[in-house]
Design a protein around this ligand. Structure first.
Ligand code: TRP
Length: 348
């Protein structure tokens, strides 16, 4: 087996505001991974347009996700932060992989069925091919580790199947081109478990979501201290004080969610939180949660505001990231072209 250097790739869609769920579920994991791995973090704008986007909102959303990465502690100098559409390798490799992936495989993708809804005939072909583009994102860098949410697990399995089929279909050509035995690695998912699932502040049974019509249901990363405090104070609760044991959270989704958020922000387990706040009433606990959330999220929101106020600076970061991403991805695509038998311009 070929040994591939460890490399992390992940993508976040620039569609709507980032909220606490994205932060605790994904971005904090990215921040941790950059301590141990070489990382690429991509704002996947090509994925965003698989459903209609307002161009003005899309542009500010791309900059906002970039600002959120940086404000949260991702280092765009040591690692690579860029937007997908600036590196045309993604689209080109996706086309090649469209010809590797089978329709039978694509028809099993559950997220397409959910997103396309009842009128599947009216969905874009891009929405259908979305998981192949995601495979191209990962494979262009021959990434070995991919932090994603539970909902993306099936897409990652597809990426592995596509990599495997490419490796076996073209085994002879890969070898003949002096590229070893295995061209693409099998990317490993790093799945964020249900422990970091952040639920709506208005309904503990629903995931915190950017598409919830009530802004009070979520804490946006760009919210200032007043907004954070007011949303937590208004968060739905039940009449009982907090339990002192984990088992006491069963059947109390709102209490469970607030304890979970506290634990994640503090870097503690829920049991540890309950050891401190067991038997406390919600007004006491919410007061502590407001202090904690404002202390940890307030500076991120402020830094995001500062960054988005200077779009030229963000654009320069994205441009530099794209250049460095291209330097890794272009040789992969060149090899793929050789493997396929395309004639290409070699260095003049
Ligand atoms: N589909 C992912 C999501 O919605 C985003 C994404 C696009 C991604 N390309 C990727 C994630 C590559 C990991 C790796 O969450």
């Amino acid at each position: 087996m070929t040994d591939f250097p460890q490399r992390v790739f992940s993508g976040v869609q620039p569609t709507g505001n980032l909220h606490l769920g994205n932060y605790l579920g994904a971005i904090t994991k990215f921040v941790d991974l950059q301590k141990t791995h070489e990382c690429l973090f991509c704002v996947v704008d090509l994925h965003a347009i698989t459903v209609p986007q307002d161009p003005v909102a899309l542009k500010s959303s791309i900059r906002e996700v970039t600002a959120a990465f940086i404000a949260s502690g991702i280092d765009p100098v040591k690692h690579i932060v860029f937007n997908q559409s600036q590196v045309s390798v993604h689209a080109e490799l996706a086309w090649v992989l469209n010809c590797v992936a089978r329709i039978g495989w694509m028809n099993r993708m559950t997220q397409f069925k959910e997103k396309a809804g009842k009128d599947r005939e009216a969905a874009s072909i891009g929405l259908y091919a979305y998981p192949v583009l995601m495979a191209a994102d990962i494979l262009a860098y021959r990434a070995t580790h991919v932090p994603v949410g539970e909902d993306q697990k099936q897409h990652l399995e597809l990426a592995r199947d596509i990599a495997q089929k490419f490796n076996t279909d073209f085994a002879a050509s890969i070898a003949a081109n002096g590229l070893g035995e295995v061209f693409f690695p099998q990317p490993e998912p790093l799945i964020q478990g249900p422990a970091t699932r952040v639920m709506s502040l208005r309904d503990g049974s629903k995931k915190m979501s950017k598409s919830d019509p009530s802004d009070n249901s979520r804490i946006n990363l760009a919210d200032d201290a007043d907004a954070i405090a007011s949303k937590i104070r208004k968060a739905k609760t039940d009449p009982e004080p907090l339990p002192s044991e984990l088992a006491g959270l069963a059947g109390r989704p709102e209490a469970d969610n607030l304890v979970g958020i506290f634990a994640a922000l503090k870097g503690e387990t829920k049991q540890q939180v309950l050891a401190t706040y067991g038997n406390a009433n919600f007004s006491t606990f919410k007061g502590a949660l407001v202090d904690l959330a404002v202390a940890s999220l307030g500076p991120i929101g402020a830094e995001m505001q500062r960054l988005v106020a200077d779009p030229a600076h963000i654009d320069a970061i994205l441009c530099d990231g794209a250049e460095r991403a291209r330097a890794i991805a272009q040789p992969t695509l060149d090899h793929v072209k050789d493997i396929l038998g395309f004639v290409r311009q070699t260095s003049l």
